[in-house]
Write a protein that binds this ligand. Structure first.
Ligand SMILES: Cc1ncc(COP(=O)(O)O)c(C=O)c1O
Length: 444
């Protein structure tokens, strides 16, 4: 861990917060599937003086002087991404996944055009047309869902595409446990002349590792975050495929313009360097093994839960994620109870959610972080059993049917959970496990 020697001297409040968060991460089991642990090399790039530089524009076409070195860094990042994902064009400047997705709309649609995306309550992302997102304010969003078995409803997607003839279709999700059917979605998009964009934010690292199929042969555009399974800094990338360039030879230029100047200003050069470092790490055989172990761990963890009689969406997983069903509206109860034993998860909706997004009936757990800590099948079985034990311990906790009072109930439950002696005993075991699997510093 860094000693933060300069922050310590000049800003005790932030110093204390950094130490506290470092301790929380080291002593807890991080099961949020969109999170990971980056190498010290990535942290060094993020903490570098590259943050001082303005570089609006692109390599060799900047609006500011002094960008010779920045140009080289951005080119290295772009070239590594092109090689790794096998695409002809990459933009590494999106500030994160959401602006990357917004840039795709700007490059392919006009305001008011119809788009189609995966419904948030069925696992999709806000930026795929959810009602609270700018993407449904500026575009007419048609949303598709999943079947009760957790798989995408291909027939419904085909029917909706035929009926609404969207300009752009998204495939990709935030809470989806099955392999994405890129080929089937491509047939649908092609049949109505739509752009198909794959948002692989969650699975990018699995794609690179060969642990999930690549969308590249089937879609026109690929977007991703760089901080999830890809294990880089918080950022985003947009790629255009050969198929995308064949549909519109100007597509890459349109994406560049959409990011700058349509949507963003100067790129975050320290992040670009961090992305480059992470992409180099991701090009190693060690990373391929890492990606495969993420999936093997998720399958083992899912199996351990089911063995204890716990219901999970789709009865299994193909990727890094498991959606646990915990009873109507009980997701928050389980999230709080698991937090009390040092397992960090997040409450999540399940297909055909019987409650609401705010008080959903599931929790979402994932294996990218714990796999980075080198935990394997044995540890997955231990974690699965602890989750099952906790579910048992809190099985009589229930939110009231009326919405008023739920918040106070959860606040009170949190206090009781942290004081519960059975949960405290499990927490001690979780701490001991974390000590055995310290946060790694390097992956090469
Ligand atoms: C599928 C998907 N796309 C896009 C995003 C947006 O990424 P960010 O939070 O970096 O804006 C997320 C983040 O959770 C995501 O899961």
């Amino acid at each position: 861990m860094s000693d933060y020697k300069f922050i310590r001297k000049q800003d005790s409040e932030i110093y204390k917060a950094l130490i506290a968060e470092g301790k929380r991460q080291a002593e807890g089991v991080e099961l949020i599937p969109s999170e990971n642990i980056v190498s010290r090399a990535v942290l060094e790039a993020m903490g570098s003086m590259l943050t001082n530089k303005y570089s609006e524009g692109y390599p060799n076409a900047r609006y500011y002087g002094g960008n010779e070195v920045i140009d080289k860094i951005e080119d290295i990042a772009r070239n590594r991404a092109k090689k790794l994902f096998r695409v002809p064009y990459v933009n590494v400047q999106p500030y994160s996944g959401s602006p990357a997705n917004l840039a795709v709309y700007l490059a392919t649609c006009s305001p008011g055009d119809t788009i189609m995306g995966h419904l948030l309550t069925a696992g999709g992302h806000l930026t795929h047309g959810w009602k609270a997102s700018a993407t449904s304010m500026f575009y007419k969003a048609v949303q598709y869902g999943v079947k009760p078995d957790g798989y995408l409803d291909i027939d419904e997607i085909a029917r909706l595409a035929k009926e609404h003839r969207p300009k752009l279709i998204w495939v990709g999700a935030t809470a989806y446990v099955r392999e994405f059917p890129f080929k089937e979605l491509a047939a649908i998009a092609d049949s109505v002349g739509a752009y198909l964009a794959a948002d692989i934010a969650h699975i990018a690292g699995l794609v690179v590792a060969g642990a999930h199929s690549s969308p590249v042969p089937y879609v026109h555009i690929v977007t991703t975050t760089t901080h999830k399974t890809l294990r880089g800094p918080r950022g985003g990338m947009i790629m255009v495929t050969e198929k995308g360039l064949a549909k519109d030879p100007e597509l890459a230029a349109k994406i560049d313009r959409a990011i700058f100047p349509n949507l963003q200003g100067g790129p975050h050069n320290h992040t670009t360097a961090g992305i480059a470092v992470a992409l180099k790490e991701a090009s190693t055989p060690r990373f391929r093994a890492y990606g495969k172990q993420i999936v093997a761990n998720a399958k083992t963890l899912a199996g351990a839960l089911m063995k204890r009689g716990i219901e999970i969406v789709s009865n299994g997983t193909d990727n890094h994620m498991i959606l646990v069903k915990c009873g109507t509206g009980r997701g928050a109860i389980l999230e709080i109870a698991l937090d009390a034993i040092g397992l960090t998860t997040n409450k999540n909706t399940i297909p055909d959610e019987p409650s609401s997004p705010f008080y959903p009936s599931g929790i979402r757990i994932g294996t990218p972080s714990i796999t980075t800590r080198n935990m394997k099948e044995r540890e997955m079985r231990m974690i699965g059993n602890w989750i099952a034990d906790v579910m048992d311990i809190v099985k009589d906790e229930q939110l009231s049917a009326e919405k008023t009072g739920r918040k106070a109930y959860l606040a009170n439950f949190s206090k009781r959970a942290h004081a519960n002696s059975k949960l405290k005993k499990i927490h001690a075991k979780v701490r001991a496990l974390c000590k055995k699997f310290p946060i790694p510093q390097s992956f090469v």
